[in-house]
Design a protein around this ligand. Structure first.
Ligand code: GDP
Ligand code: MG
Length: 140
């Protein structure tokens, strides 16, 4: 089934100058980018995006990190792309990520882990709408 999912290239990966390498992995795996922009998240925007984690011990540190520099936000489209992209990302903790995954290749640690990806149809719907208006999403 054709799905859409939200991808974020996080501040650590933008700083390392590997945004293009990450996008190449997506394209080489047949995933289409239908929306893309670079922006620097305010605390308010980052907190709203990660509200499900607001009671976690790492929340403040996560918000500090996500607001520490620009991010690249994308909507990805493809067959079963939510799960497919999560597999390409690898485990949250890069030490546990499979060889060849984006996080194994480019993450620094469990927090500064290079990329975000929606984890289900409902979160993909919330997250894509959180960052993009309908007119910013392209038919391809
Ligand atoms: P994801 O879906 O794989 O991104 O992981 P989660 O939804 O569980 O967590 C969201 C984000 O919070 C992760 O991608 C990390 O940036 C960060 N994070 C998750 N677990 C930890 C942790 O134990 N410590 C710290 N410092 N950050 C974490
Ligand atoms: Mg998550």
């Amino acid at each position: 089934m054709i799905q859409r999912t939200l991808s974020i290239i996080k501040p650590d990966a933008v700083k390392k100058n590997v945004s293009g390498k990450i996008i190449s992995i997506l394209e080489e795996n047949g995933i289409k980018i239908v929306a893309i922009k670079m922006l620097t998240l305010s605390r308010k925007v980052a907190e709203g995006f990660y509200y499900v984690h607001k009671d976690k011990g790492f929340f403040n540190s996560l918000i500090d990190f996500m607001t520490s520099g620009p991010v690249v936000v994308m909507i990805l489209e493809g067959d079963n792309v939510i799960e497919k992209y999560r597999k390409l990302m690898g485990a949250t903790n890069p030490e546990k990520a499979d060889a060849g995954t984006i996080r194994k290749l480019y993450a620094t640690d469990i927090e500064k882990n290079a990329v975000h990806g929606s984890d289900a149809v409902e979160t993909a719907d919330f997250e894509t709408r959180y960052f993009f208006n309908a007119f910013e999403i392209n038919e391809r």
